[in-house]
Design a protein. Structure first.
Length: 317
């Protein structure tokens, strides 16, 4: 039985196109690297997963495919795709999912209506505040900014709808612009919280390894300019991120508060905590039973899923 499953898995791998084979191979290396770490607490597993990608090249715009399609890219990452893939991979390890399960979770995290047969650009969760909101509803994450000590933050999102020429999928498409305008108003009406940049150290004791740190921008019409994975280097609170300056995934050398204070047009951070419980909510996507990478003779149980980040100009991070 095991030999049969292995052969099926091997020939399915060979049938993939070149880029897909490369990403599948990275996925397999990741599974091997963390196989003995699956029992780690969620935060520690998030950090180990993010560390797996250290040195991976920074590549922007990898999701901008037309027509809209789910992009799997583990060989070139920007800040948001690093965070998304770290969360989806760690979730998959915790739930003993195979490659197709990871792909389903990633799609569920990235899109508002991930169960639709045809995806639209407006289905993607472009604003990080919206990404947090939708994934909290699905049980993947929890926005802990307020309980960590955050204060109220007023958002007035409008950047995408007011700068459609910066996005090829919006340019000359009034229907999509109208959808984005309505969504911006909806997101802005929700309650939001942030920790001011000069108060981060004051609340550092409540920020955990593996938390997702989101950098709040003062650019008009935007919410978040950068994201990363919180970690501690000795006693220093810092983070792992895909750096546009160093052009690769790195562990930041500065303490978190010092880094934030050094960013122009940044006022503070949000803190989001992954929640890898046994059961979760979803929209309309179904996660079929896949043979577990960790034990091909023991497929994971079937589960029903209920199921990023506009960056139109370079920000040095």
């Amino acid at each position: 039985m095991k030999r049969t499953l292995f052969c099926l898995f091997f020939f399915a791998f060979l049938s993939l196109p070149g880029k897909a084979q490369r990403d599948k191979a990275i996925y397999e290396r990741y599974c091997t690297a963390v196989k003995e770490k699956a029992a780690l607490p969620t935060g520690d597993l998030m950090v180990e997963t993010a560390r797996f990608f250290l040195g991976t090249p920074y590549v922007a715009g990898t999701l901008e495919e037309e027509p809209e399609t789910l992009v799997i890219n583990l060989h070139g990452l920007d800040c948001m795709t690093l965070v998304e893939n770290t969360a989806a991979l760690a979730w998959s390890v915790k739930h003993r999912l195979a490659y197709d399960g990871y792909v389903s979770v990633l799609k569920d995290m990235r899109y508002r209506n991930s169960g639709c047969a045809t995806l639209d650009y407006t289905d993607r969760l472009h604003y990080t505040a919206d990404w947090i909101y939708e994934n909290e509803k699905r049980g993947y994450l929890k926005d802990v900014t307020k309980e960590v000590g955050g204060q109220s933050l007023k958002l007035d999102l409008s950047f995408m709808s007011k700068h459609p020429d910066s996005y090829k999928q919006l340019k000359g498409n009034p229907g999509r612009i109208a959808v984005m305008t309505a969504k911006e108003k909806e997101i802005s009406a929700r309650p939001h919280y942030y920790i001011p940049q000069d108060e981060i150290n004051e609340h550092a004791g409540q920020i955990r390894n593996g938390d997702i740190v989101c950098f709040v921008t003062t650019v008009k019409g935007l919410d978040i300019s950068h994201v990363g994975i919180v970690c501690r280097e000795r006693d220093m609170l810092t983070f792992i991120h895909a750096s546009t300056v160093q052009k690769r995934v790195i562990v930041n050398e500065e303490p978190l508060q010092e880094y934030v204070q050094g960013i122009k047009r940044n006022c503070g951070i949000m803190i989001v905590r992954p929640q890898f419980s046994t059961y979760w909510k979803s929209s309309t996507a179904n996660l079929n039973p896949f043979p577990s990478y960790f034990n091909l003779s023991n497929p994971t149980k079937a589960a029903t899923l209920k199921i990023w980040l506009p960056k139109p100009y370079p920000i040095s991070v």
